[in-house]
Each structure stands twice: as structure tokens, then as C-alpha cells.
Design a protein around this ligand. Structure first.
Ligand code: ADP
Length: 369
């Protein structure tokens, strides 16, 4: 009886384990089929162990008919696109423990762009290994980028040419009318508006160029020197508003850094310029620079109008300007902070802001040593 009871217990436990395993497998399958990403699990030789329906569309067959088949059989299916071929090339190389590859491809056949990630999976106890392939559809993102690039091309060329014509003809009309004619005022207004529009286009194109083109960061500079130059360049603006600028530079132990000095100084000047612009006459501005571990930190603090909290997350976006009492007459294009963020990120650093309305703001960035 005891022997029978023991064996029955084992049998019951095995049955319970089996049903739990089945349940987990069904849950896993449900998750795999629910995710919109294209997913394939392959073994070491490239045979398909698991594939969800979105991924099966790549091969043009129902998912359940593909289990156990080798990916190599289908590489020619997507013709010149080579989506599967690129994955197959990775799988053909000897399996590297912890390997991970990411690349982007476009499938002309499906008219989609994919961000592909291939990573190695391993199960040492069972001596099995293989690859998990995930393709994320990034077509909308790519379409938006293409649209943005096209808009920028239009902005940088097609819009600038008519603006130059407007300015040119305004100057011609000016020559033809009496000096005391009221038309002179109209012309000046047109020219000012056109100049402003040209300035906006130039600033936008410039930020985009910096974002895209490789930055030449080959100048070895003393960070403290750059800060002093930036502050000196802004001295006039501060003086004109009877503001006071205090410098707190503690960089005695900081080594030189390799940067793009023109752009970095421009970022420093931008933050001082903003502090001065958005602080009433007679205000106080503190420019701080110091080292914290392996970072060089630059900060500009003012006791100006401050910024309501809800605007802070969007301040560094292109063209974002805060409309609040006190800023009505202040000229700006909403491009300064966007440029700062772009340049600092290209230096592998980051930007930040803290602010309280009516008390003041503190803008800063760090770059790695
Ligand atoms: P711009 O100053 O040309 O409008 P920026 O990109 O430099 O553009 O700044 C974006 C917005 O952030 C500004 O319009 C302003 O509302 C806000 N801002 C920037 N610096 C400060 C500051 N020191 N104090 C208060 N508001 C600021």
C-alpha cells in the first residue's frame, strides 16, 4: 500500500507539474502573439523554434508551418531587401556568448522600416543556445524624419530665396519714393519681419545641421578659460541692464578637455544671455563652474521672472517659448536652449533646469572630462 501510495503521489505531482508547464507555455504563446513586434526564436543552427504571426508575414507563410524549418530556406523570399539575409549572416557566424546586434533595414516589398535586434540566448544545463530576433516597425518614425528633412530642405532653400527677393524689392521701392512718404515706415516693417523670418529659418537649419553632422571636437581647452571668455562676451548685455554678474569658478584641479570650443562657448553665452533677458534691470546673475568627479559643470543662476513648473519639461525643445507676464517685449526665437541641448548631447553630456516663478532660475550642463 505504501509503495503504491508513493508512486501515486509521484504520478500526481508529475501530472500537476505537466499541467502547470502547459499553462505557462500557453501564457508565453499568448504574450508572443499579442506583441506587435516581429519575434523569432532560433536555435544555434538557425532553425525556427518559435515565431509570432507578425514575424511570419516576413516569410509570407502561416507561423505554425514554419516551426522546425531553417531560416536559411527563406532568405531569398524578400528579394533585394535582404532583411532575412542580414539576420542569416549574423546567425552564420560562430555563436558568441552574450552577443547582441542592432541595425535598421527597410523592406521595399512591405514598404516598412524595421529596427532589428538579434541577441544570443543560452541554456547551459541543457547545452542549448540560439538567437532571439526582434524586429520593431519604425516606419512612422522614419516617415516623420523624412518629412522633417524635406521641410528643412524647403526651409533652408525654397523659403529663403523668396525672402531675399522681398528684401531686394523693398530696397528698390525705397529708392523710388520720397523720403517723407509714410510708405517708408511700411517698408521698414516688411523688412524687419522678413529679417526675423530669415533669422528663424537660419537658426532652425543650424540646430539641425549640428544634430546631424559629426561635430569636430578637436580643440583641447581649459574649461575655466572658456567660461571666462563667455562671461566677458556677455558683459555688455549685463551692463546695459544694470545687472550684476558674479563668477564662481572652482576648476583648479580640472584637466583640459577636448571640445568644439566655438559651440561650447556659444552654449555658455546662451545661458547667460537668457538669464539677463529674463531678469529685470538691476538683477543678479551667478555664473558657476566646478568639477564633480569626472564631470565639468557649468551653471547660470538668476533672480529673474522664473518659469512655471509645467513648462520645464519642454523648454529645451525647438521653438518652445514660455508666454507669461513679463516676457511680452522680450525678443527671442525659442532656439537657444534647443541649440544648447543639441551641442551638449553631442559632447556626451546633459542639460538641466530648476526654476521657481518670481524667484529665479538655474540652468546648467555638464560634460565628461
Ligand atoms: P528664446 O530666449 O530665444 O525665446 P530659448 O530657447 O533660449 O529661446 O529659451 C526658451 C524659453 O525658455 C524662453 O522663451 C523663455 O520663456 C524661457 N527661459 C529661458 N531661460 C530663462 C531664464 N533664465 N529665466 C526665465 N525663463 C527662461
Amino acid at each position: 500500500m505504501t509503495i503504491v501510495a508513493n508512486q501515486a503521489t509521484i504520478a500526481v505531482r508529475n501530472a500537476q507539474l505537466f499541467s502547470r508547464m502547459l499553462q505557462q507555455q500557453r501564457q508565453l504563446e499568448a504574450v508572443l502573439h499579442a506583441i506587435p513586434d516581429l519575434l523569432m526564436v532560433l536555435d544555434e543552427s538557425g532553425s525556427i523554434l518559435l515565431i509570432n504571426e507578425p514575424a511570419a508575414t516576413l516569410i509570407d507563410r502561416p507561423g505554425d508551418t514554419l516551426i522546425g524549418r531553417s531560416l536559411a530556406e527563406f532568405v531569398t523570399i524578400d528579394g533585394v531587401d535582404g532583411v532575412l539575409e542580414q539576420i542569416q549572416q549574423i546567425i552564420q557566424t560562430p555563436l558568441q556568448s552574450g552577443g547582441n546586434w542592432t541595425f535598421e533595414v527597410r523592406s521595399e516589398r512591405q514598404k516598412r522600416d524595421y529596427l532589428v535586434s538579434v541577441s544570443v540566448w543560452e541554456n547551459p544545463p541543457a547545452q542549448t543556445a540560439g538567437y532571439v530576433v526582434v524586429l520593431r516597425d519604425v516606419s512612422t518614425l522614419r516617415d516623420l524624419t523624412r518629412f522633417k528633412d524635406e521641410m528643412l530642405r524647403i526651409a533652408s532653400h525654397d523659403l529663403r530665396s523668396p525672402l531675399a527677393l522681398i528684401v531686394g524689392y523693398c530696397s528698390l521701392i525705397e529708392l523710388d519714393i520720397a523720403p517723407d512718404s509714410p510708405i517708408n515706415d511700411y517698408l521698414q516693417t516688411i523688412m524687419r519681419a522678413t529679417e526675423r523670418m530669415k533669422g528663424l529659418l537660419d537658426a532652425m537649419v543650424r540646430v539641425e545641421q549640428i544634430r546631424k553632422s559629426p561635430l569636430e571636437m578637436h580643440e583641447h581647452v581649459i574649461f575655466a578659460e572658456l567660461v571666462r571668455q563667455a562671461a566677458a562676451n556677455m558683459q555688455m548685455a549685463i551692463y546695459n541692464k544694470q545687472q550684476q554678474m558674479d563668477m564662481q569658478i572652482h576648476l583648479e584641479d580640472a584637466p583640459g578637455v577636448t571640445v568644439n570650443s566655438v559651440l561650447l562657448r556659444e552654449c555658455m553665452e546662451n545661458l547667460i544671455s537668457n538669464a539677463s533677458k529674463y531678469t529685470p534691470d538691476g538683477g543678479r546673475i551667478i555664473v558657476r563652474a566646478y568639477r564633480h568627479e569626472s564631470r565639468l559643470i557649468y551653471e547660470v543662476e538668476d533672480n529673474g521672472i522664473g518659469i512655471p513648473k509645467e513648462h520645464l519639461p519642454r523648454l529645451f525643445q525647438s521653438f518652445y517659448r514660455v508666454k507669461q507676464p513679463g516676457t511680452e517685449g522680450i525678443e527671442g526665437r525659442g532656439q537657444g536652449l534647443s541649440l544648447v541641448k543639441t551641442v551638449i548631447e553631442r559632447h556626451a553630456g546633459d542639460v538641466w533646469v530648476e526654476s521657481e516663478p518670481g524667484v529665479g532660475s538655474r540652468f546648467g550642463f555638464w560634460i565628461p572630462i
